[in-house]
Design a protein around this ligand. Sequence first.
Ligand code: PEP
Ligand code: MN
Length: 349
Amino acid sequence: MSKEFSIIAGPCSVESEEQVLLTAQKLSQTVKPDFFRAGVWKPRTRPGSFEGVGVKGLLWLKKVQTEYGIPAITEAGCANHVEKILKHGLSAFWVGARTVANPFSVQEIVDACDKKNISVFVKNPIHPDIELWIGAIERFLTAGIENVYAIHRGFYPYEKTHLRNIPRWEIPIELARRLPQVKIICDPSHIAGKPEYIAEIAQRAINLNMCGIMIETHYKPEIALSDKEQQITPDLLAKIISELSFRKLSADTSEYRNNLNDLREKIDAIDFQLIDMLEHRFKIVDEIGNLKKDNNITILQLERWKSIIESRLNYANPDNISKDFLLKILQMIHKESIARQNKIFDERK
Ligand code: PEP
Ligand code: MN
C-alpha cells in the first residue's frame, strides 16, 4: 500500500458468494477500498455459532479480486490457513486478536509464508500486552516479510464503556514509537461495536496519524451472520469517509513553525519545572519515611491521604484540569511515595 491513507472494507465474515460479490460491487462503486476484507474461518468464543464457510469462501474472495480488482484479505489462524490462502491466489491476510497472543501459532503462520511479497496485518492481542503485539510483528519482520502492518482493534473492556473494546490509544502510540517503520491501521468497527461510534473512532485514528482504517461493511448488515450490530452498508461507509477530516503531519509556513516553536519552548520549561518539583516532593516524602520509621508508625496514613485527595480536587479548577485526571496523578504520586517509604523501612531494619 503506497497511498498515504488506506481503506480496508468488507464484511466480518464471508457468508455466501452473493453476499461477498454484492458487497464488493457496491464498495467498488463508492469507496473503492484498497483491500476487501472478509473472514472465512471465524474464531468464535463458544462452539456452535457461525464459524465461517471455510475454503470455498476463498474462491469467492478470488472472484472479488478478479471481478473488481480489489485485493482480498482474510484471517489466518494457523499454518494450514496460510497455505490455503496463498494457494487460492490471495496475497494478504490478517492475524486475529486471539491468535496474536500465542507465539507458537504466530511462528507457525510466519513459517508457512513461503512468499516474501505478501502483506500481513497483525491485530493487537485482546489483552493490552504491547510486548505480544510487538513480538508477533517482529516474527514477520525478521522472516523478511515485506509488508507488515499493525491493526489497532482495541482491548478487552475491563472498564465498561459505551464501546465494545477500549481503544487505549496510548498503546498504538507506544507501538509507533518502538516500531516506527510499521504503519498502523485502525479497526474502528471492533472498537466501536456499534455503527454510531465508528466515525468518531476513525477520526481519532486520523488525528493520531494512523495510516488507514478497516471497517466492517455488509450490503445488508441486518442479515449478517457475525458482528451484525457493528457492520455498516457501503453507502454509510462512503458517507463516513467523506465527512472525515484528513490531517497533515506538519505545515510549511514559517508562521506555523514559529508559533509552534514558541509554545513548545514553554512546554519544555514547564516539564522541567514539574520534574524539579516532583524531585523536591519526593525528598520530603523520604524525610517523612525516616520519621515514621524512627517512631515505628505505619506508612499508610488514611486520613492524611483522604485529605490530600479532597483538598487537591477542591483546589483545582475543573475547567483547566479534569478531576479524573488529577485523581490519577495523585494516585500515581502516592503509590510511588509508599514504595519509597517501604524501601526506607526495608533498608534500615
Ligand atoms: C475480525 O476482524 O472479524 C475479527 C475476528 O477481529 P478480532 O480478531 O480483532 O476480534
Ligand atoms: Mn468481526
